[in-house]
Design a protein around this ligand. Structure first.
Ligand code: PEP
Length: 240
């Protein structure tokens, strides 16, 4: 099972102390051999976090990257090589918060190619909006995001998909369990041999329901991952 923490725009150097609780918990955690823990802090914290997690079960990822494999005139951007250089092993791409500010499927595809080429593993986010759900075109939207996002991407073994319905992110609302099971199944049939995670308002309460969905390979956790107690609780309850 994957547990991916997306800190979004959260955290200062002093925040990193909270990670010690998670590191300590993982030292004695019996399921750690079947568990992948990935923290995606803002870029400012990738290097210091990478230093902290040496000898722990945690790996570090970034929340986005530029598509260019080389340096360039791109103010404010960071490319995959630069992320790797400071300790990132993963990168989240296609997050709805970035799609919402203009990232197209084509651009996400270029980013996925560039990131995998440079050796980063990719957490590829897909998901429908509320109005798309209401129009009952979820499958059509997911198919399009998958087809365009993974177009001509060869190294798929280094990609996991995170299904994140946009209407569920940060709202406290999660999909109905049977619907979610069906959607995960649909994605797994579209892309064979790929891990599919769920993301959207996962918290220590609803994890008791979500863990019942047997085809989910893990969770992408936003808000709740900023609190180490909640994050540990989610991991513990998943296996209980
Ligand atoms: C996310 O940002 O990927 C996410 C799932 O957020 P939240 O858990 O806060 O809904």
């Amino acid at each position: 099972m994957y547990f991916i923490a997306n800190w979004k725009m959260f955290g200062k150097l002093s925040t990193l102390i909270s990670l010690n609780k998670v590191i300590k918990f993982l030292k004695n955690f019996k399921k750690s051999n079947i568990t992948k823990i990935i923290y995606c802090p803002p870029s400012t914290l990738i290097r210091p976090m990478s230093k902290m997690i040496i000898n722990s079960k945690i790996q570090v990822g970034a929340q986005n990257c530029h598509e260019s494999p080389t340096y360039g005139a791109s103010t404010g951007s960071i490319n995959p090589e630069m992320l790797k250089n400071v300790g990132a092993k993963y990168v989240i791409l296609g997050h709805s918060e970035n799609r919402g500010s203009g990232e197209t499927d084509k651009l996400i595809n270029a980013k996925i190619k560039s990131a995998t080429k440079s050796g980063l593993k990719v957490i590829f986010c897909i998901g429908e909006t509320l109005s798309q759900k209401r129009k009952k075109i979820t499958k059509k939207i997911l198919s399009k995001q998958i087809a365009l996002g993974l177009k001509k991407v060869k190294k798929r073994k280094n990609i996991v998909i995170a299904y994140e319905p946009v209407w569920s992110i940060g709202t406290g609302v999660i999909p109905k369990l049977d619907e979610l099971f069906g959607t995960i199944n649909f994605i797994k049939k579209k892309v064979r041999n790929i891990k599919v995670l769920y993301g959207g308002s996962v918290n220590p309460k609803n994890i008791n329901e979500l863990k019942l969905i047997k085809n989910i390979d893990g969770f992408l956790i936003g808000g709740a991952s900023q609190d180490p107690k909640k994050f540990i609780d989610i991991i513990k309850k998943t296996y209980n």
